[in-house]
Design a protein around this ligand. Structure first.
Ligand code: FPP
Length: 230
């Protein structure tokens, strides 16, 4: 889920971009509630990309602080909802206080059996793949045995959250139709769903609408099938 459009939502109302991000928090909870009731097992939310560091110092500071704040304020509620929180992203550059808050949330919710909500914070898809390759190198340098060949499994096992399955539905709000470096490895056969709604206006019904559209797609994973002859 690419939660896009906070800035535009705010601009339309003569508010600051940070007000848009604040309004995005409720939409995130709506998406989590909607996903839980629809029986979704995994939801991964793009909260801060490795490219978002290019934004103004004030906005970056706000987003860092706000990530921390949302995790702290909402972890009890998510715990109640039986949600397991995970973090996907790079530690480099990320505020140590944000890392700490993510780890606390992960630890606290680790035995929950409901929806797995992965917060992608300081996440970049290319960086994730590069990091996986570097892990292989480090393991070899540390005296491990070099694999005979590198397979998809070799890489998959070293992604930020190796347990995450392939993406079924890639959802982006705000009408933009881009991947923006999100879940590159995992999205090779994802169904792309782009919705015009700006993120702060996203509700559980928006998610259900996306899921219905997903249900109408014919997934072939590179295979072929003839349309039924009527
Ligand atoms: C993209 O909108 C959104 C972000 C970069 C941040 C996502 C943050 C939230 C949804 C806030 C609540 C949740 C957490 C965990 C902090 P944009 O700023 O790119 O919007 P624009 O394209 O209209 O400018």
């Amino acid at each position: 889920m690419v939660m896009d459009g906070n800035g535009r939502w705010a601009n339309e109302r003569g508010l600051t971009r940070t007000e848009g991000h604040r309004a995005g928090e409720a939409a995130l909870l709506e998406a989590v509630a909607g996903a839980t009731s629809a029986g979704v097992e995994n939801l991964t939310a793009y909260a801060f990309s490795t490219e978002n560091w290019k934004r103004s110092t004030d906005e970056v500071k706000f987003l860092m602080g706000y990530n921390k704040d949302v995790l702290r304020r909402r972890r009890d509620l998510l715990m109640e909802w039986n949600v397991r929180i995970r973090w996907s992203g790079a530690e480099r550059k990320l505020w140590p206080s944000v890392v700490r808050e993510l780890r606390i949330a992960e630890e606290m919710t680790k035995n929950n059996t409901g929806l797995v909500l992965t917060m992608a914070v300081n996440y970049g898809g290319r960086q994730e793949i590069v990091a996986a390759v570097n892990k292989i190198l480090q393991e070899i340098r540390a005296g491990g045995q070099a694999p005979k060949s590198i397979t998809e499994k070799t890489i998959q096992k070293r992604l930020y959250v190796p347990e995450l399955p392939d993406v079924d539905m890639f959802l982006r709000s705000s009408g933009e139709m881009r991947i923006s470096n999100f879940m590159l490895w995992q999205s090779s056969y994802a169904e792309m769903i782009f919705m015009d709604v700006l993120w702060p206006d996203f509700t559980r019904e928006s998610l259900w609408e996306a899921i219905s559209e997903f249900g109408r797609r014919q997934r072939r994973f590179g295979g072929a099938s003839d349309a039924p002859l009527n």
